[in-house]
Design a binder for this molecule. Structure first.
Ligand SMILES: [Zn+2]
Length: 180
């Protein structure tokens, strides 16, 4: 599915799970699996973040005299740069990575509703891509089998319909909150 579809659906699910902050987290998580695309804005952003992590880690660690800061941000930077190199629709489109992403969210957010929004955003990406002919390797690394729930092409009428549906879900949440 297209990036904008992932963002809108992730935001809508995040809104329902965790309010406006949840919506922002869901939209962000909804983009993450496509970090494995070596073109496109997500990968470009990740490449920048990776480079900034490595350079900032070196500089910050040196200025603060902290090996931990240098090590952690450099490791994060290298990890991001490695993720971009993975084959597209590979490990980042699996339940294993979704669980790791959810655990990272819990460590960071420490809030059930927000962690729910964070994780649901990621899962919504896997679900949407499972509706396309390429499917997703959902059981990686246990199995290379791909989950295909439908054969709706990226950019097709279905892609547009899901985007609109996601937008309506988000508006529905806002209306429900305003009226309630
Ligand atoms: Zn994807």
């Amino acid at each position: 599915m297209r990036l904008r579809t992932h963002v809108v659906v992730g935001a809508a699910i995040g809104l329902w799970a965790g309010g406006p902050i949840g919506g922002a987290l869901g939209a962000f998580s909804g983009m993450i699996p496509d970090v494995d695309l070596d073109v496109g804005s997500v990968a470009r952003g990740a490449r920048w973040l990776g480079a900034i992590g490595i350079a900032g880690g070196l500089l910050g660690g040196y200025l603060l005299g902290s090996g931990a800061i240098a090590g952690l941000s450099m490791a994060g930077g290298f990890l991001l740069l490695m993720l971009i190199r993975l084959p597209h629709r590979g490990p980042t489109h699996s339940l294993t990575l979704a669980i790791i992403w959810g655990m990272l969210g819990w460590l960071w957010l420490r809030d059930p509703a927000l962690t729910g929004a964070w994780t649901a955003g990621y899962l919504s990406h896997l679900f949407l891509d499972a509706l396309t002919p390429q499917g997703v390797p959902w059981l990686w690394p246990l199995s290379g089998g791909r989950l295909r729930l439908a054969r709706w092409r990226t950019g097709s009428l279905w892609d547009h319909a899901i985007l609109i549906l996601g937008g309506l879900m988000g508006l529905g949440w806002a209306g429900w909150r305003l009226l309630g």
